[in-house]
Ligand binder design. Structure first.
Ligand SMILES: [Fe+2]
Length: 198
């Protein structure tokens, strides 16, 4: 059976024809190239190795970026927001329902941690997008960028809000937390599609 590789995300499709759109990244049919056999694969591997070697010798930033790619630091770092935000929302809702100030404060500390860590998440994601996905701008990448931007913006807004106004709580404050949770969920779901390819 023929194998087709998506030039954007690397998804492999098996069949006589490439799919109309990539099920992982949404790239057009034209992004797919036929992988004929072992020879082609070997050639591609050698090409990728040469490309990686070139990158390795071009300065500190390139070394940092290469380490980010080699050690999968984006999927690792996203565990901070994706793990901490649900806990924060849980603390905030429980604190609000039961009138427990300590829980509301715990949510604030958690959101502050997310805010502090978001630059790492955004930068590692940017490096992956540039290097692994060649700045592709299909719908799924737009959704990922928008949802990550929403998490960064809301964590900043909510951390600052509570810092300047310690009494902050209530309906709108909670709704913004839930929106941030939803955005983190969307970003995580899309990221999962890229990592696991189906
Ligand atoms: Fe793809």
């Amino acid at each position: 059976m023929k194998q087709w590789e998506c030039g954007v995300c690397g998804y492999i499709h098996k069949g006589e024809e490439p799919p109309d759109t990539c099920p992982v990244c949404g790239a057009d049919k034209s992004a797919f190239t036929l992988i004929n056999g072992e020879d082609d694969l070997q050639e591609e591997e050698i090409f990728q190795e040469t490309e990686e070697t070139d990158k390795k010798v071009s300065g500190l930033k390139a070394k940092v970026d290469q380490a980010i790619l080699d050690h999968h630091l984006h999927p690792i770092s996203v565990h901070i927001p994706n793990g901490v935000i649900p806990a924060a929302v849980f603390f905030l809702i429980c604190g609000s329902v039961f009138g427990n100030e300590s829980l509301i404060t715990a949510a604030y500390y958690n959101i502050s941690l997310v805010f502090i860590f978001m630059p790492v998440v955004l930068y590692t994601g940017y490096v992956e997008w540039i290097n692994r996905y060649k700045k592709a701008m299909t719908g799924i990448f737009k959704a990922k960028i928008a949802s990550a931007g929403t998490v960064a913006f809301l964590s900043c807004l909510l951390a600052l809000w509570k810092s300047f106004s310690p009494d902050a709580s209530g309906g709108f404050y909670i709704i913004l937390h839930i929106l941030m949770l939803a955005a983190a969920g969307i970003a995580g779901h899309i990221g999962g599609k890229f990592v696991f390819k189906n």
